[in-house]
Design a protein around this ligand. Structure first.
Ligand SMILES: [Zn+2]
Ligand SMILES: [Zn+2]
Ligand SMILES: [Zn+2]
Length: 1024
């Protein structure tokens, strides 16, 4: 086979190298992304052109989609959980915007509350004692504002679009006023009461904690078995107990009042309680027994013990009652209204019945201190036990003289945990302690200081869950029932959220809304200075709301009741005219829950259209722990205000964990700072990570994973985009002028070839892009962002990079970039190249739009690198399949699939030929395809397809020639590879028979000769 000679200069006709006539890719879109440097520059452009406002104007009047932002807490820099939260929301807002909705985003911040106040306390130290509350609140406000500003700049850096210049914040005076207004709404309608109630209490922070502020951590408690001596008539429980323990003696029965008159005194009878909080024993007022459980009396040498039958064996073992024998059996109802002696105080203890008593641990006899347990408190109410509280705000045991029979007890003044050993010692001295051990168990801790919390009855403000309120149809209901009913009208994603929040609403206690702190919105109620009755006057409440709007909630701390109340205001109960202000503040969950009123009711940027019959927000989207947090408080506040849920749908995401399933933390060394990632790798890498995970599950993040995303996944996507863009410009070597592809139709002076005149491969890729568009927009609508991520990767890597762009190189690089008028062959080759560019342009444009919600920076860069685009990709809509392929034209490409399938077979045969050294490059091959017997009816469509696409096969398989063999044979489909016999074209490297036919260009094929002629390439001679 003759080697084609290299083109060389011939005489004076200086020959430009043929290579310079190849249309190799050219684009200003750099291979190296430089995201850490370039993203901030793009942000600046977005900011200067106020892109968010442009988007809002562009979508004005479109159907609205309201995502209401859950406010993050304004303390500290953002962490990866924040990044996940805001990016997911941004995905929603951007996809809805590009799907044609008017989708505003108004971010918010939660600014009041304990964590900030504690930080400020730490900063101020002793100085705080000399400051008035307003001054402390000022420092808290500055602290919150500092972190609001920091977090805002960090969210902006991530490319999150929104009304960042005017966010909502719970410390904004108007918002504070709306919180007060929401409270007054509950208050005036009788939902709010003040009462003694056991609440979770942090003795370190000296405050009540909401359920959401309590975390369970491991804690070691002393566990004690303590005996309480029966003081009522044992025979009244069961007759056998009235007899002496040695029943065979036939001794006379005994009554409680009579003393024993037989040979020996009867053994005393006790019940045994088990507790892990000995410090609550001074407050012990009762013992609870389950009415339906069976109890036994166990006789030992010197005492008889009453415990649950099912727990007897365990109690015998734990308390070493080795000689115990059962002498009686009776139901728990028999123990109701019995009496016992307190183990160390001079106090009678009441036997009670309660159904919450269980037989899984303990003794079946539950020590009951109404001040220190929710169940205990309920029992205390049912049995009318006195309401007492011995433990003060700091957790110290107080008043032990008053309640301990006139003498101060040895644990007086000790904090509860320090009093445990002292009380255990006391129990031992009094002979009441049967056993003690240490128990490591899951125990409630304060979310802030991580110290163990206690349950303590305190005077608090509550919203009663069972307050009557009518359903919208007027039927009788309650706040709790209304919440349960409204939950059913909401779409929960994932669906298990519905059951979770329903259970929480069903079982939750009344909402404790008061906190004993100062950084928040006060419960702005005036209390009668004489009888403490709250003043309930809507007109006065409205004045307070207006005052807060003007002066912020600081006003409550500045003005005296006399300044705030109209002259002559008198108590409705006692007529007294001096009032004091309630100084507790509202639970921060109430504040953020009030956003449905403070924001959605008043901010025109986050409201449904005025005529919309359903004014609820379309979506709340937060972490899965918010069912008991913000979703719950928002639901209750909205029902209180409007008797309906504030949202149509609620989406939740999982926790962010490392590859071993551990939470990310600085102490574990697996912490990931999203800001550092943006500085090192880019904001788009963080965004790509968010898209890559299924947010409904717990999501995994690690530094190696993020680096792999940047170095492998992102780089590949970028390089494919770069190749696409590079195919859309060409420089004419004869003029030196560069031409950018003009996407307008040829008929309108542009370069785009009409679909029906495009090459089959190009039609095929547009059909594939149309299919991708359909799938991606569907996935976006279902918030299946990880599906979008996989679809995009698959398409860019397999469909484009490994297939389409690979086979296209010959056409893009070697076909003529213009044609001489009247030269039909040049024109048709020229159109074939424009066909490829048309497909590339449309595909790149579609991909830039489809990628924009995720890779917000890169997609904008791609879009603006496309010739003839204007503005930002974020102002565009998603492509539709109809933009890419006209309806009814799908069948044009149907037969292409069988042709494409053969490509795999051909590539396999080519590979084998390369291994056996038959060929080097695949262009050195000619291929014979075995299509089988054309006469067989089932083979007819295949034959038709191959004949239809015959002209594209060489390009599709990247070989120099393809021929068919259509005869009966067993191997179908099969491809046979032979070494090409024809000479090699020096320009396109194909082996074709027409090389050297053109005298002007003797070393190239006919097709290349046309390409050279079209640009008036100087003729040359071979160096023969
Ligand atoms: Zn605490
Ligand atoms: Zn009064
Ligand atoms: Zn050629």
């Amino acid at each position: 086979m003759p080697e084609a000679p290299n083109p060389k200069p011939a005489g004076d006709n200086a020959l430009k190298p043929l290579k310079s006539t190849l249309n190799l890719p050219q684009t200003a879109f750099p291979m190296k992304a430089g995201l850490p440097v370039n993203e901030p520059l793009r942000l600046k452009v977005w900011e200067e052109s106020d892109l968010y406002a442009q988007i809002r104007r562009a979508r004005a009047g479109c159907p609205r989609y309201i995502l209401h932002d859950g406010p993050p807490y304004a303390n500290g820099a953002i962490h990866l959980g924040h990044a996940l939260n805001k990016t997911l929301k941004d995905f929603v807002v951007k996809t809805k915007t590009m799907a044609g909705f008017d989708a505003p985003y108004v971010p918010g911040w939660d600014c009041h509350g304990l964590p900030i106040e504690i930080k400020v306390d730490e900063q101020l130290g002793r100085k705080k004692l000399e400051m008035d509350p307003v001054a402390v609140r000022r420092v808290c406000r500055q602290y919150a504002q500092k972190y609001l500003d920091l977090q805002r700049s960090q969210f902006l850096r991530m490319g999150i679009f929104g009304r960042w210049a005017e966010p909502y914040s719970t410390m904004d005076p108007v918002y504070e006023a709306r919180i007060a207004e929401t409270f007054f709404h509950f208050f005036e309608r009788g939902f709010v009461f003040k009462g003694l109630k056991p609440v979770s209490w942090c003795i370190h922070d000296r405050t009540a904690l909401a359920e959401a502020e309590v975390e369970y951590e491991s804690h070691t408690s002393p566990s004690v078995y303590v005996r309480y001596k029966l003081t009522s008539n044992p025979a009244a429980i069961v007759p056998e107990l009235g007899a002496p323990s040695s029943t065979e003696s036939g001794a006379p029965s005994m009554t409680a009042s009579s003393s024993w008159v037989g040979d020996a005194p009867p053994n005393p009878i006790f019940t045994i309680i088990w507790t892990t909080t000995p410090w609550t024993l001074p407050a012990s007022l009762a013992v609870a027994f389950h009415p339906e459980m069976e109890y036994v009396a166990l006789a030992t040498a010197d005492a008889t013990y009453i415990v649950a039958a099912s727990l007897a064996a365990e109690v015998i073992a734990a308390c070493k009652l080795t000689d115990a024998t059962e002498i009686a059996r009776f139901p728990g109802t028999a123990l109701d209204r019995t009496t016992f002696a307190h183990p160390f105080l001079d106090r009678s203890i009441l036997g009670t019945n309660a159904t919450y008593v269980t037989d899984d641990t303990g003794t079946g006899a539950v020590h009951t201190a109404p001040a220190h347990g929710v169940d205990d408190f309920a029992t205390g109410k049912r049995y009318d036990l006195p309401e007492v509280q011995y433990v003060d705000d700091s957790g110290r045991q107080m008043h032990t003289k008053r309640f301990g029979g006139g003498v101060a007890q040895s644990y007086e003044g000790l904090t509860v945990f320090k009093s445990n050993p002292v009380i255990i010692k006391l129990l031992k001295e009094k002979g009441a302690l049967l056993a003690t051990a240490n128990l490591e168990h899951s125990y409630p801790h304060c979310w802030r200081c991580h110290k163990p919390v206690i349950t303590r009855a305190t005077e608090q403000w509550f919203i009663a869950m069972d307050t009557p309120m009518p359903a919208p149809d007027g039927a009788a209901s309650t706040l709790r029932q209304r919440a349960i009913d409204e939950i059913k009208t909401v779409t929960w994603d994932p669906a298990w959220g519905q059951e979770r929040i329903t259970n929480m609403v069903t079982t939750r206690p009344d909402w404790c809304i008061s906190r004993q702190r100062i950084w928040g919105v006060p419960i702005a109620v005036f209390l009668c200075g004489k009888c403490a009755t709250p003043l309930r006057d809507p007109a006065i409440n409205q004045r307070i709301v207006e005052l807060f709007m003007k002066e912020s909630a600081d006003a409550w701390y500045i003005h005296t009741p006399e300044e705030l109340l109209p002259a002559g205001t008198a108590c409705k109960e006692c007529g007294h005219t001096v009032f004091r202000k309630e100084m507790d503040i509202l639970d921060v969950w109430f504040e953020s829950g009030a956003s449905s009123h403070a924001v959605l009711d008043f901010d025109p940027d986050v409201q449904q259209a005025p005529n919309d019959p359903d004014p609820r927000a379309d979506l709340y989207a937060e972490g899965g722990d918010q069912h008991r947090g913000w979703f719950m408080s928002s639901l209750l506040c909205s029902i209180g205000m409007h008797n309906r849920a504030p949202f149509k749908s609620v989406a939740t995401y999982g926790w962010t964990l490392d590859e071993k399933g551990r939470a990310l933390s600085k102490s574990l060394g697996n912490f990931i700072d999203p800001v550092a990632i943006m500085d090192q790798l880019g904001g788009d890498i963080v965004r790509l990570w968010v898209a890559s995970v299924d947010f409904r599950e717990d999501v995994v993040a690690s530094l190696p994973l993020l680096k792999r995303l940047a170095e492998e996944i992102y780089r590949k996507l970028r390089n494919t985009f770069r190749f696409l863009l590079g195919a859309l410009s060409e420089t004419d070597p004869s003029t030196g002028l560069t031409h950018d592809f003009d996407p307008r139709p040829m008929a309108e002076g542009g370069d785009a070839v009409p679909f029906e005149q495009m090459q089959p491969i190009d039609q095929y890729i547009l059909a594939r892009t149309a299919d991708l568009t359909r799938k991606i927009t569907d996935a976006y609508a279902a918030f299946e962002f990880h599906r979008v991520y996989h679809l995009l990767n698959e398409f860019l890597n397999s469909e484009l990079s490994a297939f389409y762009l690979d086979v296209l190189k010959d056409r893009l690089y070697t076909y003529p970039i213009k044609f001489k008028p009247g030269n039909a062959e040049q024109e048709s080759l020229y159109l074939a190249r424009r066909s490829a560019q048309t497909a590339i342009y449309k595909t790149t444009d579609a991909l830039a739009r489809l990628t924009a919600p995720i890779l917000s920076f890169t997609a904008d860069e791609v879009y603006q690198s496309l010739p003839h685009t204007h503005g930002s990709v974020h102002l565009t809509l998603f492509p539709t399949p109809e933009d890419l392929i006209l309806p009814g034209q799908e069948q044009l490409i149907e037969g292409f699939y069988s042709v494409l399938q053969m490509r795999v077979t051909v590539q396999k045969s080519l590979e084998e030929a390369r291994i056996s050294k038959l060929i080097g490059k695949s262009l050195e091959a000619q291929v014979i395809l075995d299509l089988g017997d054309a006469a067989l009816p089932q083979m007819k469509p295949v034959h038709e397809a191959f004949h239809h696409f015959k002209a594209s096969l060489e390009e599709l398989y990247n070989v120099s020639s393809v021929r068919f063999r259509e005869e009966p044979g067993p191997q179908i489909p099969a491809a046979s590879v032979y070494q090409a016999e024809a000479p090699k074209c020096e320009r396109c490297w194909r082996h074709v028979p027409d090389v050297g036919q053109e005298e002007k260009y003797p070393t190239v094929c006919h097709r290349c000769a046309e390409a050279l002629d079209a640009i008036d390439f100087p003729p040359y001679a071979t160096n023969v």
